[in-house]
Design a protein around this ligand. Structure first.
Ligand SMILES: *[C@@H]1O[C@H](CO)[C@@H](O)[C@H](O)[C@H]1NC(C)=O
Ligand SMILES: *[C@@H]1O[C@H](CO)[C@@H](O)[C@H](O)[C@H]1NC(C)=O
Ligand SMILES: *[C@@H]1O[C@H](CO)[C@@H](O)[C@H](O)[C@H]1NC(C)=O
Ligand SMILES: *[C@@H]1O[C@H](CO)[C@@H](O)[C@H](O)[C@H]1NC(C)=O
Length: 471
């Protein structure tokens, strides 16, 4: 990555959107001033080649309605939830800035890898290329299957994931029978649980531009800089998502936090109490590609430091339980080796953690303790599976048309035209990044539960699709 290509990117962006000239001047200045000293370290993953960065920045400037944290960084009040604002600000400042020295996370030290580490972490293949190699190379295959995993079933699940061998998950018919029917836009509420790097920003973008809402949204603004929640003609909130609501339950709030936050928030927004049915949904993505995409995102843009990890209460998990991986303002320049090595990394088993009821397994206590991780693993996975089965709608990032069909069926809402917002190809990073064999093996472990969950969801998704097609 040279300055020339950066310059070209900026110029291209300027041509595309003349009206947001000023925004890009600022953006380009940022690129020149902030990025250069770290560029050498990230360039091998062709971070800025991807024009999504520029395109998304452009959208943000030209469309005030869209709120996305994904490419934003730094001080952003939008990301702080309404319900927890004041108490959090104080708490975060106290815990982050005045931590005792013995719990401070390491500073980024990209060059301090041993020679052996450097050698073993030479990037070789993309994840998909590794998948193909596992099929034909028995040495590599033996290596993959002789690793230690958290769950005994993982070997069989990986044989399906990597070798396309059959594996069937168990589903709970009772949960299926309990699914809520007949979504009513006048009284019910859709809640979008947006997990990082699963294509949720694109989904929000489409909700904002393309969703055919049968009435004009009444916008009620309840948080500073929030875009305004969309109320229906009965003054009821019917859809909580980033496009409409910002991050009022916290930046990328998870299942546990949302279930604590949403009811109170709805009362506040609607200024009344009433019984409500919630129709949660989430979007799932291939586990390995999501992990790599998160590495790319966190080390190129923003590491979501403001995300709250509420559990038993809406208060943030103590920094002593989940120490931030790196003490720097952003994580630009962090190598994959360092990212993987961070024991507190929230990218690890992220989809499973964010969909599980964390109160079932001690919340964030003993977060990095090996025994606690083993104890939690089956509880998290089981809970995440149950919660997914209890969602009336699930989207699969790799299959937008089928996701649209299920969305339409569940909520009786349609997008104006099929996919006019250009579908982002999976990535950047997730599908194109080359990784070493060491990292491939390590990430299989760090995404182990998510691989279970991904395949589990895929089967559930296509079963539901088949069901509506047969009907
Ligand atoms: C963040 O915002 C707060 C309140 O608006 C302000 O006091 C603080 O200086 C800001 N910090 C940075 C790093 O911009
Ligand atoms: C098979 O994989 C092993 C270890 O991963 C590697 O050293 C070897 O070169 C590979 N063999 C072939 C034929 O690619
Ligand atoms: C955390 O670890 C300690 C010490 O091993 C143990 O006593 C405690 O029960 C653990 N807490 C949870 C919630 O797992
Ligand atoms: C979505 O649902 C509406 C109403 O149920 C229907 O009229 C429309 O054709 C559907 N659109 C698609 C793309 O399936």
């Amino acid at each position: 990555m040279s300055f020339k290509s950066l310059l070209r990117l900026c110029e291209k962006s300027l041509k595309i959107r003349g009206s947001i000239f000023l925004g890009f001047i600022l953006g380009c200045m940022f690129t020149y001033i902030i990025l250069p000293h770290d560029l050498s370290k990230v360039s091998q993953y062709s971070v800025l080649k991807n024009t999504d960065v520029a395109v998304n920045a452009g959208r943000k400037l030209s469309q005030a309605n869209i709120v996305s944290s994904e490419t934003e960084s730094g001080n952003n009040t939008k990301n702080v939830p309404l319900v927890i604002q004041q108490q959090q600000q104080q708490q975060i400042q106290q815990s982050r800035l005045h931590q005792p020295h013995n719990v401070l996370p390491p500073r980024v030290a990209p060059s301090r890898l041993s020679n052996q580490q450097k050698l073993s972490s030479v990037p070789k293949y993309t994840f998909r290329e590794f998948k193909d190699r596992v099929k034909v190379n028995s040495t590599l295959r033996d290596r993959v299957f002789s690793q230690e995993y958290l769950l005994p079933e993982t070997t069989a699940v990986l044989r399906r994931y990597l070798l396309d061998e059959p594996y069937t998950f168990k589903y709970d018919d009772a949960l299926k029978a309990n699914l809520q029917q007949n979504f009513d836009i006048n009284t019910d509420v859709i809640v979008f649980l947006h997990i990082q790097k699963t294509g949720g920003m694109h989904f929000n973008d489409r909700i904002n531009r393309e969703l055919q809402v049968p009435f004009r949204c009444k916008r009620r603004v309840t948080a500073p800089k929030s875009p305004g929640n969309c109320l229906n003609p009965s003054n009821n909130m019917w859809f909580y998502n980033t496009a409409y609501s910002g991050w009022q339950c916290g930046l990328h709030a998870d299942w546990t936090q949302m279930h604590k936050c949403i009811p109170g928030l709805m009362d506040k927004i609607e200024q009344k109490q009433r019984p409500r049915r919630y129709f949660y949904f989430t979007q799932i993505r291939d586990a390995m590609e999501r992990y790599l995409s998160e590495y790319h995102h966190q080390t190129a843009h923003n590491h979501w430091q403001q995300a709250l990890l509420g559990c038993e209460t809406l208060k943030n998990a103590n920094d002593i339980d989940v120490i931030p991986c790196f003490r720097t303002r952003n994580w630009i320049g962090v190598s994959l080796e360092q990212f993987i090595a961070c024991k507190n990394n929230l990218a690890t088993q992220r989809m499973t953690r964010m969909l599980a009821d964390l109160t079932l397994a001690g919340c964030y206590k003993n977060f990095t303790d090996v025994d606690a991780i083993k104890m939690r693993a089956p509880i998290w996975l089981e809970s995440a599976k149950r919660n997914l089965q209890s969602m009336e709608f699930i989207a699969l990032m790799e299959d937008e048309p089928a996701s649209d069909a299920l969305f339409n069926k569940t909520y009786k809402l349609a997008f104006k035209r099929r996919v006019i917002t250009p579908a982002k190809k999976p990535g950047p990073g997730g599908d194109t990044m080359k990784i070493s064999e060491e990292h491939f093996i390590r990430i299989l472990q760090l995404a182990e539960l998510d691989i279970h969950l991904y395949l589990f969801t895929k089967d559930l998704f296509y079963d539901r699709l088949k069901h509506i097609q047969d009907a």
